[in-house]
Ligand binder design. Structure first.
Ligand code: SF4
Ligand code: SF4
Ligand code: SF4
Length: 301
């Protein structure tokens, strides 16, 4: 990946030198061998720290939200999933396309730092053979879908229809069994909101779950409050989730959030046609549940 790093540095240098950007968002090496973290280069002097390696796992499109109200012109590196996140922000009117210079990557897949730490800690008796991040096993599009410049040879998506296997299992359950499934998994939720913080589609300025007047949901982690959180999040993700897998990756108690998201993704496809959120940017286009059409299915009303 050294070639990709060098190419990114070259582009960032050129953009700063030409005065085209005020900031460049990429990754830098963290304090641990398995840690690579989002990085904000503010000038030419910062470019040297930029890196892209096998642990550049974060969806850095999310970092753009910090600057949505500013005027900075921003260069940003985007793997396939990051670029879908950028499309999400553009469709949601959270960022101006004109303020961005997108360096798209053909992403070879990245590793999960937690898996790597577990494998190398000496405490785990189950060494996972393949430490590719789970989100990359199911990747629907590893190549950036929106860019001003593209790096690398195009990669084949790994995600197939088989990525819905867990959704099939869920749908095969009786209503009572399904309720039991959700009760079991969601009762573990500690409502740390890491899944919300990591999610580029969770971009409301004030989240309903942070409001105190009125307070829409209790602070305790009772099953009813937990279900309320996950139901509202699911409703807000329907037709908007870009399937980046970040929510499930960051969940500290391993809740299978992507099973819920994939159920939404497949249902949205079935109800509203083959709309794959984030795969393409069409100026002015909105997700299916953000617009009304007289032909919309309404059998459930
Ligand atoms: S989900 Fe796809 S684009 Fe994103 S890091 Fe994994 S392989 Fe790359
Ligand atoms: S990251 Fe996991 S534990 Fe935290 S709020 Fe989300 S689902 Fe719950
Ligand atoms: S719900 Fe999860 S998979 Fe969907 S956009 Fe948000 S972080 Fe990505």
């Amino acid at each position: 990946m050294i070639d990709i790093t060098n190419k990114i540095k070259e582009i960032a240098t050129r953009l700063f030198n030409d005065g085209q950007i005020d900031m460049f968002i990429a990754w830098e090496k963290g304090p641990y061998a398995y840690q690579t973290k989002p990085y904000f280069a503010h000038s030419l002097a910062d470019v040297d720290k930029i890196i892209f390696d096998e642990y550049s796992v974060h969806n850095i499109a999310n970092a753009l939200l910090k600057f949505r109200d500013g005027k900075q012109r921003i260069g940003i590196v985007a793997k396939g999933c990051d670029s879908r996140g950028i499309v999400r922000l553009l469709e949601d009117n959270q960022f101006d396309r004109d303020r961005l210079y997108i360096v798209g990557l053909a992403c070879p897949g990245v590793k999960d730092p937690l898996k790597a730490m577990r494998n190398n800690s000496g405490f785990s008796n189950k060494v996972e053979a393949n430490d590719l991040a789970d989100k990359c096993f199911d990747c629907i599009e590893p190549n950036a879908v929106i860019f001003d410049e593209f790096i690398g040879d195009r990669q084949e998506p790994r995600g197939t229809e088989e990525r819905f296997a867990k959704v099939d299992e869920l749908e095969a359950l009786s209503p009572d069994e399904r309720y039991q499934f959700f009760e079991d998994v969601l009762s573990k939720c500690i409502r740390c909101y890491a899944c919300r913080q990591a999610c580029v589609a969770c971009n409301c300025r004030v989240c309903i779950f942070d409001e105190t007047k009125p307070q829409w949901v209790g602070r305790e982690t009772s099953i009813s409050d937990n279900m309320m959180y996950h139901l509202v999040k699911a409703a807000h993700m329907a037709g908007r989730c870009i399937e980046c897998g970040e929510c499930e990756r960051v969940c500290p108690v391993n809740i299978p959030l992507m099973t819920i998201n994939k159920k939404l993704i497949r249902d949205m496809g079935n109800f509203y046609g083959a709309h794959a959120a984030g795969l393409e940017y069409v100026e002015g286009r909105k997700p299916p549940l953000s617009v009304y059409d007289e032909q919309d299915p309404d059998d459930f009303l």
